[in-house]
Ligand binder design. Structure first.
Ligand code: NDP
Length: 226
């Protein structure tokens, strides 16, 4: 049985990803901050195990990794993400920066460190970081969003280093842009439904080409410049 661990799986893209992997017959370790409130996630069925995890709580992450020791993991999906309400030039919410950075940048690396042993014993050996096109420097032609953009640009760098550092252990790392998706973060004008994005992301993860390792990919497989 193949196994995936997904953070921020109670709503939005994370919840849709959990549903896609369940449909594909996978065992899903679904993490969220408040399992007791995650009613849709609870209804996905017996192949889902729900874990309490605030990804910025390093002790909780360590305890979770320990409680799952001996469980092989095929894919780690760092999906949990945060965005500041707005950060136009002159109105940057500096007090938000460290919180967003902790969720979007530090937590994915910390999860990778804690779950590397689980991934080594899995068969696919993939770390998929849900990043954003907004973290691409080459693609930035509209400015603004200083906090979110910089946190995702840094996540892209983390992903690249992971792909190099873990190559000897047979583990790949990719950064994925899910598209503009109708979620609390994406807003109601977004173009994509969560299930369409999640299904494409799942297919990408399952059909990774060797040249994709260490790159930023759009949900349709196109390479996005760093
Ligand atoms: P949502 O706002 O719908 O969901 C965000 C998820 O992250 C929630 O499950 C939330 O949990 C979780 N989360 C936030 N902070 C923490 C934390 N400290 N610990 C654990 N979980 C946390 O956003 P999306 O589904 O749209 O976003 C998913 C990912 O996709 C993010 O990384 C985002 O940056 C990325 N993305 C989204 C785009 C879009 O258009 N929607 C575009 C590009 C990238 P809780 O319910 O407890 O708050």
């Amino acid at each position: 049985m193949s196994t995936v661990l997904i953070t921020g799986a109670n709503r939005g893209i994370g919840l849709a990803l959990a549903g896609c992997f369940v449909e594909a017959g996978w065992d899903v370790h679904a993490c969220c901050r408040h399992p007791e409130k995650a009613t849709t996630l609870q209804s996905l069925g017996a192949s889902v195990t729900i874990h309490r995890l605030d990804v910025t709580d390093m002790l909780q992450t360590e305890n979770l990794a320990r409680s799952l020791s001996g469980v092989p993991l095929d894919i780690l999906v760092n999906n949990a993400g945060a965005k500041e309400p707005g950060s136009a030039f002159g109105k940057v919410p500096y007090e938000e920066w460290s919180r967003v950075f902790a969720v979007n940048t530090m937590a994915p690396l910390h999860l990778a460190e804690r779950f590397v042993g689980h991934l080594e014993t899995g068969s696919r050996k993939l770390i998929a970081n849900i990043s954003s096109r907004m973290g691409s420097i080459g693609d930035n032609d509209s400015g603004g969003s200083y906090v979110y953009r910089s946190s995702k640009a840094a996540l892209n760098m983390v992903t690249r280093s992971l792909s190099i550092d873990l190559a000897d252990r047979g583990i790949s790392a990719i950064a994925l842009h899910p598209g503009w998706v109708r979620t609390k973060m994406g807003g109601s004008n977004a173009k994509l439904e969560t299930d369409v994005s999640a299904n494409s992301l799942k297919e990408l993860m399952l059909n990774l080409r060797p040249e994709d390792n260490g790159r930023l990919l759009n949900y349709d497989g196109e390479h996005i410049p760093w």
